[in-house]
Design a protein around this ligand. Structure first.
Ligand code: ZN
Length: 344
């Protein structure tokens, strides 16, 4: 049987050898498409031919070819970025043509760019989350009276969430070390604020001093964590573990509360539903597949899944604040309410 002669000097031969080499590197360094020589050569040639020395400006002869839109200019796509984007698709196409699995680049799947946005679906869903928080915070303010117990807690959670989703939209629009830091730090602020609100809700009858001390502890812990994120080398798995542990603490706190008040506060089901559905939505983060239509990946679906959960959380806070207010008006004194009803 005659073996098919393989010409390493042909384009295909080059690519296969380079891919095999890159696969070996993959095993060692966990790398993807950006580490193939094919991609590196393409990028180098592109920058050399089309870009200014600092990689910022597109040279005159290439301006027509790249045709940057106003959105690309606003989102600051440099010439080097354009080369990276074009070479990413050239590499994806080369892999696709040969039936090889779609590679990742710099830890991300290849996404279709839309109006300057790197991950348009995640941007869109982040903005929908923002709008949902805005809508539900407004509903909360129109239904719940300002003198209700725990009124301020919903605002702390709401404002932290609004800020977090804005940074999420910015990060998914343009990924750089600063937007990444702010997305992760402000995302963690949402998780931490929900733990803070749970603890403050449980202790709302306790002294202002105790609640003040706990608030200070939370603020100093967050400042410390923010400093850790910004000053040290970013550790994704550690950050994920911190987020999961903080979220789990809130969930456990609420589950204990649900068990204790299951007879006196039927609206406990809302917060129970929220955490069960939230855990299901979070499981989407475990999946990792190339984006559907080069737009919709598991992370975007996770951002989509959290949108309907926002209203469950706020509706719970509305029910809880209104109930606490009625109890306050009826009993007049929290201490009495606590002694006689054992209501938390
Ligand atoms: Zn995200």
């Amino acid at each position: 049987m005659e073996m098919t002669k393989f010409n390493v000097y042909s384009t295909e031969g080059h690519l296969l050898v380079l891919v095999l080499l890159s696969e070996i590197f993959t095993l060692v360094l966990g790398s993807t498409g950006d580490r193939t020589q094919f991609f590196r050569n393409c990028r180098e040639n592109c920058e050399h031919t089309n870009c200014s020395l600092d990689g910022q400006d597109i040279q005159e002869q290439a301006v027509k070819f790249y045709k940057q839109s106003i959105f690309d200019l606003i989102t600051q796509w440099t010439c080097a970025d354009e080369c990276q984007y074009a070479c990413m698709w050239r590499t994806v196409f080369a892999f696709f043509e040969r039936g090889w699995p779609i590679p990742q680049f710099y830890g991300k799947w290849p996404f279709f760019r839309l109006m300057g946005m790197q991950e348009p679906a995640s941007v869109f869903f982040s903005l929908l989350n923002f709008l949902m928080h805005l809508r539900m915070l407004r509903k909360f303010r129109s239904v719940v009276r300002a003198d209700s117990p725990c009124y301020i807690l919903s605002h702390i959670f709401g404002l932290t969430s609004l800020n977090g989703w804005i940074w999420s939209a910015i990060f998914h629009t343009r990924d750089n070390p600063l937007t990444e830091l702010l997305d992760y730090a402000c995302g963690y602020a949402i998780v931490l604020s929900s733990l803070y609100c749970m603890i403050m809700r449980m202790l709302h009858r306790y002294s202002l001093f105790l609640r003040g001390v706990i608030t200070l502890a939370f603020v100093s812990y967050y400042i410390n964590y923010f400093a850790y994120l910004s000053l040290s080398k970013f550790n994704y798995s550690f950050n994920m573990k911190v987020n999961v542990c903080t979220g789990l603490l809130s969930a456990v706190g609420w589950f204990i509360w649900c068990h204790q008040v299951r007879k006196s506060r039927p609206y406990f089901r809302r917060i129970l539903h929220f955490y069960v559905l939230f855990a299901l939505a979070m499981s989407l983060e475990l999946f990792d597949f190339p984006p559907i239509f080069w737009i919709l990946d598991a992370h975007a679906l996770w951002h989509l899944a959290t949108i309907p959960l926002v209203s469950i959380y706020y509706n719970f806070m509305i029910d809880d604040c209104c109930t606490l207010r009625k109890e306050k008006a009826l009993k007049g004194d929290y201490t009495l309410a606590y002694i006689y009803n054992k209501n938390i």
